[in-house]
Write a protein that binds this ligand. Sequence first.
Ligand code: 0A1
Ligand code: ZN
Length: 848
Amino acid sequence: MRDAAPTTIYLKDYQPFGFDVENVELTFDLHPTKTRVKSRISFVPKPGAPAQIFLDGENLTLISARIDGTSVQPVISAEGLTCAVPDAPFLWEAEVEIDPENNTALEGLYMSNGMYCTQCEAQGFRKITYYPDRPDVMSVFSVEINGPHPVLLSNGNVISTSRAHAKWHDPWPKPAYLFALVAGDLVAHSDSFVTASGRNVDLNLYVRPGDEGKCAFGMRALKASMKWDEEVYGREYDLDLFNIVAVDDFNMGAMENKGLNVFNSSAVLASPETSTDENFLRIEAIIAHEYFHNWTGNRITCRDWFQLCLKEGLTVYRDSQFTSDMRSAPVKRITDVIDLRARQFPEDQGPLAHPVRPESFQEINNFYTATVYEKGAEVIGMLRCLVGAEAYGKALDLYFERHDGQACTIEDWLKVFEDTTGRDLSQFKRWYSQAGTPRLTVRDAWYNGTYILSFTQNLAASETTPDPQPQVIPIVTGLLSPSGEEVVPSQVLEMTQATQSFTFEGLKERPVPSVLRGFSAPVVLESELAADHTAFLLAHDTDPFNRWEAGRSLARASLLKMITEGAAPDPAYLDGIHAVMGDATLDPAYRALMLNLPGQSDLVKSLCDMGETPDPQAIWEVCRAMSHVQAERLQDILPALFDAHQVTEPYEPNADQSGRRSLANAALRLVSLIDGPDRARAQFTSADNMTQQLSALGVLLRINEGADELAAFEQQWKHDRLVMDKWFGMQVIHADPDKTAATAARLTEHPDFNWKNPNRFRAVMGSLAAHHAGFHYADGQSYDLMADWLIRLDPVNPQTTARMCAAFQTWRRYDDRRQQKIAAALDRILATPGLSRDTTEMLTRIRG
Ligand code: 0A1
Ligand code: ZN
């Protein structure tokens, strides 16, 4: 049945809840299709509280309800219940029945491979029982679980356990979205951690039997995160127990439930044989992210869902600091910016644009976006850049001291910075309220020893931001002499006006500027500086980010000229890359990044900005051609790079080894374009870890050579779901554009294409969307295939369906024929009877 007409919820309409919740007691009698949930909730009316209470509740069968022991008959709707209540404290008791086994949406209490688990953020708790399901209602929870399972878990500390029964108590008041319950036949990988103040914390990572061998790395990452948060933010863990559970069916990466984090198994299980270096890196970051939420999210939570960036932007910022400290800071920064440009920029520059703090939504699950998370983190990085590291530390200390135990807003967050620094942050706050990526243009001038850098900022008007105002942009800038010495070290130019100039005196010769170092603001930089500066910066910049950025700019400019003018590849780019690749003093991971080309959808955007109509196939061909030219130009050093960076020690997923592997594999990819498949075949056969095995397979598929290896890989790994996700994804990612849709379609017929599992669905459909030229192949088959599968998945799992709709968000960038085909696909999905609120909202926004 179609959801009721969608209602839009506005930030400006926020009203506090009329009641305090002093205490919540829940009892679960687990049953796959008939779980009973009893609740005993103590409500205390606030002054002026209404005479009726509204409790959220969805898909619940109410068995009984009592107030202070007397039966009541509430009015029940699809969204919840309304009941008359006394104007004094009262005890609400209810019993409901729910059906976890048929809960395929994976929100609320559901089952995954025979195990019970919950996902309550953002609004899943209302699918468990009637409750004021909003983050500003915080309470202390006690939970009793009855069910025939060896492991029965909830938040906080264990009070008692016996066969088929467990009692839990969480002393920290929390909103319902942090509630969790897990029950099943699980095994624990255990360890412990002693906090700075001497508290012993038991740590458990619960997994399905058979996965015990994939826990060690996650546990190490957890302990490293706990230590880091103590050392860097002064934050200690606050319970005697910290549990993590791995589940196979999960819509997102992981969830920070208090004391009981639930993880998508892909975000925690790892072993050298089954996981790549990238997987290890991602797992370390997600473990840290969820752990850091204990303070930024749980102890201090959000007043309402419009404030989501309060916890997410800050926690992403913190986990990126952690990764920078554990590994290479420049490499982390570069990969974050690549990711920001690939995921957040298209969102900010298209029909899904919204401010970091949105002001309205229909379905909150649609706002767990790159803008809220990653741009939210960039905004914090800018704030730290403007006030300095020391002031940032003081502001955070005040934030934790002032707001511990509260549900807060962005205003509270900015106020601690204002109070500790004396700054007025009202203009800075526009980063939270204005959607879109500012364009920053830079030009320079040199008169009699005075050097002037002039900037103009420009933010396009959009539906959410019709009248954009100038933002505060920290532009970290250094100046180099023509011989490559740094004559003015990095400093922050604080831009507050639409157009602004900065003057440098006392220079002997006209310098070469290096602006926006470290990508100090999430803007699109348009340079009107001399073109030869870029090659100079690629050779000499002391800022590793900008040095990489120079290489990327040259690559982009060259590719665009190849596409639009049929030009030959730029020799300055190729020479610059050759010099960098041959420089053994540079970190191998950094050099590997230098070889990558800009994303093909990035090039689409540049072409649109130039007034050109992009042709995805031509872009794909030009990128291929550029790879060949790279391989030829580097031919003299590639075999040596490959050989010199082989790792001969036992596999470790650390920065040093993974950096060497990434450079060796980048070299392998290029050298195989010229020398053919032999090296990659040998590597595939001899590999003792997944990084080497999978990169060899990718290289082979890319040169249309990997059929036997693909079959061998399937044989070897068919018992391992996470590895098989890679097998599914690889074939789509490496298909030629004219075969991408057919490859994906064929894979959906595979007996192991369990499309109700989000990881497997994404392995095929997410890879289809990520294959730019394949997704946009002229026959439109990919659009139709995607539409077919979105229509099929929507009634089963609206959240995952809605997220996948973003594949179409850039559709207006293409030619009329493609637009017509996409419009037809979108309209077909939108016309599906009973389409979920999630998907309807996404597609109506995209369709425009
Ligand atoms: N808070 C989690 C992400 C998350 C959000 C929503 C979910 O279900 C709708 C699940 C997880 C995080 O930031 O890691
Ligand atoms: Zn988070």
